[in-house]
Design a protein around this ligand. Sequence first.
Ligand code: UFG
Length: 332
Amino acid sequence: MKLFVTGGAGYIGSHAVKAFGRAGHDIVVYDNLSTGHEGAVLYGKLVRGDLSDVEFLLKTLDKFRPDAVIHFAASIQVEESVRKPLLYYRNNVVNAVNLLEAMLKTGVRYLIYSSTAAVYGMPKKIPVNETAAINPINPYGASKAAVEQILSDTTKTTDLRYNSLRYFNVAGADTDGQLGQAYADATHLVTRAMKTALGLTSKLAIYGTDYQTPDGTCIRDYIHVNDLVDAHIKALNHLMKTNESNVLNCGYGHGFSVREVVNVAKKVTGIDFPVAETGRRAGDAPVLVADSKKLKNITGWKPQHDDLEFILKTAWEWEKKLHSQDIFKEKK
Ligand code: UFG
């Protein structure tokens, strides 16, 4: 099958390209390399392009004529989205519209869309399922929710069919050690903990200890990146078999507090790195834990790495490799 993968040089996208590539699919990665790396694209062809470049996007899609698009490219930081909302609406909403228009013009019918738990805001019931109210509390979540609405509307009058995967907290690295998160300015808890353990930052901040949770810190559902990628494979197969659009939560169904993650990170790395409790970070929800029964039931997805210690071990091995070897240091 022919797959067009936006953001395929990024963290999750590169893991997905590897999995789809190994399964024998023909892949074109479309990425502007703003946060991704050429060296992370292990399969297929990398086209350096921006989703705002409507003409080039259309030309690339028209030439390749894929069976499906997997759309990872986006801005993804909650706190940044609060400071720069227009950047998020442009990159995540306007660019998604560009992609959808190009898909419709070139007759591409299937889309796997990267959505987020952030669309729920502060869900009333935990674990949260897909029928919960959409109530984002930051522009990042609002931008993803807007695209979900656009997708839903678009299916009503076109042949387009999609699965929107609502990711919870994606963490860890490729179990073969070839790939992992490699952002210049990592903001995610797990990556930051690993960098602090390596001594690359002086201390790890814990953002907020006064939330209504058992230990006062935020609770998240951490899902290993390889399990998330497998959800994409299963979802795409199901979508193309049934022609049915769906929205699917991707998580394990249990959460860990920031303090719990920090403790496991110290255990896994064997380093008692410095931690500083600071104030809340803008835009954070207190608790986000997935009910992923729908994903399991309709696609047959079975997670393989539902183990926080294992997730952090893969992140640790990757982080050590990233900083000891000259990988992903290509000129931009
Ligand atoms: N945190 C810290 N210190 C840090 C970094 C994070 O205490 O240095 C805290 C955050 O405040 C939050 C938790 O750790 O409470 C997790 O934060 P991350 O930045 O790792 O992840 P987010 O929960 O903000 O966001 C991630 C994805 C989103 C997704 C969301 C859904 O980036 O795309 O999970 O749960 F929407």
